[in-house]
Design a protein around this ligand. Structure first.
Ligand code: CP
Length: 324
């Protein structure tokens, strides 16, 4: 039924967004986010076809520049490009001339000189995607820049959330974990607030950025408080690789205070669980919670392909309509 409904809805047209790039969700409003989600639902119907491919981005070349490791984002961007009939080219640091000292700017300029149209970039430095827009003419899509933003993750999260609760107006969403290092948290705060949700952040004091209350979120360091009245809990990965020194006594202590367990799932029978991945099983989520029927973690991954197809199509697709 859902598939039929989605198939009957034509996607928004390329050029419908006010933006030329997707650098973050902080500047995207409810209308633009709604347009992307609507288009993603259309592409989800394409992905359910026997041959899950459409032609609108034939002749468009997309360079996927991954300066940091990735499984979900890298593969789903490449799949999204192939499903739209674009030509993906993939760059990863290992085996590239970055090891010879080539800068980000020169790397991008040289790849663009081979006539690419869109650059997808993941980089450890906050602002790397914004920097690229000043160096090259291609459409730039941020696939995660340090602790700044990860807008396509938030869009696939919003797509997943609106499958559960079609309107997010007044819904309570709690983001739990390593907020200080999380680009996912930041993009989700912007996206959730644009769609009217109430956001609660829950983390140890050492993982809570100073002044984050100014973003209009509720902040607590008590997990029980964050789960009370919560519709969906987004657990975040503890990013051990971005911490200079451990920000909590140990992994066992972290799990005891902030890990969501079966006991929480029993206490909150309507609670849904999300996680952007990769999950540290037994740290932010008990292993049984990762596999729980109310966890939608793999739905998030599935939705990543349609959400990224929508972003690519709207920012860099042809100006004529896609025949359904
Ligand atoms: N959620 C996410 O960005 O996962 P990857 O690092 O595997 O891309």
């Amino acid at each position: 039924m859902q598939a039929r409904e989605e198939a009957s809805q034509a996607p928004a047209a390329p050029g419908s967004l006010k933006h030329r790039h997707l650098l973050g969700l902080s500047t995207y409003d409810e209308e633009e986010i709604g347009c992307i989600l609507h288009t993603a639902r259309y592409f989800r119907s394409v992905l359910r076809r026997a041959i899950p491919r459409v032609p609108p981005m034939r002749g468009v070349t997309v360079a996927n520049l991954f300066f940091e490791p990735s499984t979900r984002t890298r593969i789903s961007f490449e799949l999204a490009e192939k499903r739209l009939s674009a030509d993906p080219v993939n760059f990863s640091v290992s085996g590239s001339s970055v090891s010879k000292g080539e800068t980000l700017k020169d790397t991008a300029l040289n790849i663009e000189a081979m006539k690419v149209n869109v650059v997808v970039i993941r980089h450890k430095s906050p602002g790397a995607a914004i920097f690229l827009t000043r160096c090259i003419d291609s459409v730039v899509i941020n696939a995660g820049d340090g602790a700044h933003e990860h807008p396509t993750q938030a869009l696939l999260d919003l797509l997943t959330l609106t499958d559960i609760h079609p309107s997010l107006e007044g819904r309570n969403i709690s983001i739990i974990g390593d907020i200080a290092h999380s680009r996912v948290a930041r993009s989700n705060i912007y996206g959730l607030q644009a769609l009217g949700a109430q956001v609660t952040l829950c983390a140890p004091g050492t993982m809570t950025p100073v002044g984050v209350e100014d973003m209009g979120v509720r902040v607590t360091n008590r997990l029980d408080e964050a789960l009370e009245g919560c519709d969906v809990a987004m657990a975040l990965r503890v990013q051990l690789e971005r911490q200079g020194a451990l920000l909590f006594p140990g992994v066992r202590e972290y799990h005891a205070r902030y890990g969501i367990t079966l006991k929480h799932m029993e206490r909150h029978p309507d609670l849904r669980i999300m996680h952007p991945g990769p999950v540290n099983r037994g740290v932010e989520l008990a292993s049984e919670v990762v596999d729980h029927e109310r966890a939608v973690i793999l739905d998030q991954v599935t939705n990543g392909v349609a959400a990224r197809m929508a972003v690519l199509y709207l920012l860099a697709g042809p100006k004529e309509e896609l025949a359904s």
